[in-house]
Design a protein around this ligand. Structure first.
Ligand code: ATP
Ligand code: MG
Length: 408
C-alpha cells in the first residue's frame, strides 16, 4: 500500500513536471545537470541529451547570480525567487524568475539541487510596453505643459496688443478729428463766400471736398466709438426727451442724401410727444445709421418707411438669435426702418451686426463704408436696455430693421 502511494507520488510528480509551464533543472552535487522537463526544451531549445551532464553555469548569463544562489543554498534549503537572464541554446537571453532548492535524502544529506525558473519574457514585453507608454505620456505631458505656457504667453501678448490697438485707435481718431473739424469749418467759410466770391466751378469742387470730408469724419467717428466700446469706456448720457422728435430731426438731417437719389422717407408716426429716458444724440445716430444703410442699398426713387409703435413686452417677438434675457418687463417703443432695396439674404441677418462685416453685393450709391454702423448701433441700443435685429422678409422685399427701447 505504502509502495503504491510512493509510485503514485512519482507519477504525479512526473506529470506535473511534464505539464508545468515552469522550467525545472535537476542537478547533482557537482552542479551538473542531470535532468530537465519539456519546458526547458520549449523555452531554451535544449534537448535533454544535449544538456544532461553539462555544468549548470551554461544556462546562466550572470555567473555572479549563480554563485550567490549556491552561497544561499549552503545555508538554506531554498532561495527566494529572483529575476535573472537565462541563456538559450542559440545564445539568446530569456528573462526568468528563478529559485533554487537543495535535495536531501532521508538522512538529510545533500544529494543534489533543483532549479525552477518561470519565463518572464511576456511580462517583460508588457512591462516594456507599459514603460514606453509611460514615457510617451510623460513626453506628451511635457509638450502639453509647454504648449500651455506658450498659449498663456501668446494670450498675454494678444491682450497687450489689443489694448495697444485700442489706445492707438482712440488716439489716432482723436488726433484726426480735431484738424478735420477745422478743415470742414474752413471749407464752409470758403463755400459761403466769406473769403471772396466763389465761381460755380469752385462751388462744384467744394461740394466734392465736403462729401469726402464727411465720409472721413464719419469713419473717424465710427472708429472712435468702436475703440471706446472695446475698451469699455463708451457711455451714454440719458435725459428725458422726445423720441419722435429725435427721429424727425434725424430724418431731416439725412433727407438731402435721400433727395439726391429721389428716395422718399415716409414717417409713419404721429406728432404727439413720446418722452423717454435716452441719449438723444446716440439714438439719432442709430436712426441715421439705419436710414443711411437703407438709402445706400435701395434703388433710385424707392421708399423707406420709419414707423414708431408702442407695444407690450409680450408683443416683442425677435428672431431666435436675439435673447430678451435681462430686459425690463415693461412696454416698449418699437421703431421699424423698412426699405425696398436689395434686402438681406437668408443666414446673414445676424452676421450684419458683426464688426466689419459687409455682404459682398453692389450698393446703389457710394461711398460704401467699413461695416461698423450696425455693430455700433446694436451697442447703443443694448445700453438703452433695448434690442435690435434685422427682421427676415420675403424674397425681393427689401430689408427691415427693428429696434425696441423701453417706454418707461
Ligand atoms: N438696409 C439694408 N439693406 C441691405 N443690406 C444691408 C442693409 N443694412 C445693412 N446691410 C448689410 O449689412 C452690412 C453691414 O452694415 P453696417 O451699417 O454695419 O456697415 P456699412 O453700412 O457697410 O458701413 P458703415 O455703416 O460702417 O458705413 C452692409 O455692408 C450691408 O451688406
Ligand atoms: Mg452702415
Amino acid at each position: 500500500m505504502g509502495k503504491h502511494m510512493v509510485q503514485n507520488a512519482g507519477i504525479i510528480a512526473q506529470t506535473f513536471l511534464k505539464l508545468s509551464n515552469e522550467m525545472f533543472f535537476a542537478l547533482d552535487t557537482d552542479k551538473k545537470i542531470t535532468g530537465i522537463n519539456p519546458s526547458v526544451s520549449r523555452l531554451l531549445g535544449y534537448e535533454p541529451d544535449k544538456i544532461n551532464g553539462k555544468d549548470v553555469a551554461v544556462i546562466f548569463r550572470d555567473q555572479a547570480f549563480l554563485a550567490e544562489l549556491f552561497t544561499t543554498l549552503g545555508t538554506k534549503p531554498f532561495t527566494p525567487r529572483k529575476e535573472t537572464e537565462l541563456v538559450s541554446e542559440t545564445d539568446d537571453n530569456l528573462p526568468a524568475l528563478l529559485a533554487g532548492a537543495v535535495c536531501t535524502d532521508e538522512s538529510g544529506k545533500t544529494v543534489g539541487y533543483m532549479i525552477v525558473a518561470a519565463d518572464l519574457s511576456d511580462y517583460k514585453m508588457f512591462e516594456g510596453e507599459v514603460k514606453i507608454g509611460y514615457d510617451e505620456l510623460m513626453a506628451l505631458n511635457s509638450i502639453l505643459t509647454s504648449n500651455k505656457n506658450d498659449l498663456e504667453e501668446s494670450n498675454t501678448k494678444l491682450v497687450k496688443i489689443d489694448k495697444l490697438k485700442n489706445n492707438f485707435l482712440s488716439m489716432v481718431s482723436h488726433e484726426l478729428r480735431t484738424p478735420l473739424t477745422a478743415i470742414i469749418g474752413f471749407v464752409k467759410f470758403i463755400e459761403n463766400g466769406a473769403v471772396g466770391p466763389v465761381t460755380p466751378k469752385q462751388t462744384e469742387l467744394i461740394g466734392l471736398v465736403n462729401n469726402n470730408l464727411e465720409r472721413l469724419l464719419k469713419l473717424i467717428n465710427e472708429l472712435l466709438d468702436m475703440s471706446k466700446m472695446e475698451s469699455g469706456t463708451f457711455s451714454i448720457n440719458r435725459t428725458i426727451c422726445d423720441l419722435t422728435d429725435t427721429i424727425s430731426v434725424a430724418v431731416n438731417d439725412i433727407s438731402p442724401i435721400a433727395q439726391s437719389r429721389n428716395i422718399n422717407l415716409i414717417k409713419e408716426f404721429g406728432a404727439e410727444k413720446v418722452m423717454i429716458n435716452m441719449d438723444a444724440y446716440r439714438i439719432s445716430q442709430v436712426i441715421i445709421n439705419l436710414l443711411n444703410n437703407s438709402i445706400k442699398f435701395s434703388p433710385k426713387g424707392a421708399n423707406i418707411w420709419i414707423k414708431v409703435r408702442l407695444i407690450d413686452f409680450k408683443e416683442i417677438i425677435p428672431p431666435v438669435y436675439v435673447s430678451l434675457e435681462g430686459l425690463k418687463q415693461c412696454r416698449y417703443y418699437k421703431v421699424t426702418v423698412e426699405d425696398e432695396g436689395i434686402g438681406i439674404p437668408e443666414g446673414m441677418h445676424e452676421k450684419v451686426f458683426e464688426k466689419f462685416f459687409q455682404i459682398k453685393k453692389d450698393t446703389y450709391s457710394k461711398p460704401k463704408g467699413v461695416g461698423l454702423g450696425l455693430p455700433i448701433t446694436r451697442e447703443i441700443i443694448g445700453m438703452h436696455g433695448g434690442r435690435i435685429w434685422a427682421q427676415p422678409t420675403a424674397e425681393g422685399h427689401g430689408a427691415e430693421f427693428i429696434f425696441i427701447i423701453p417706454a418707461e
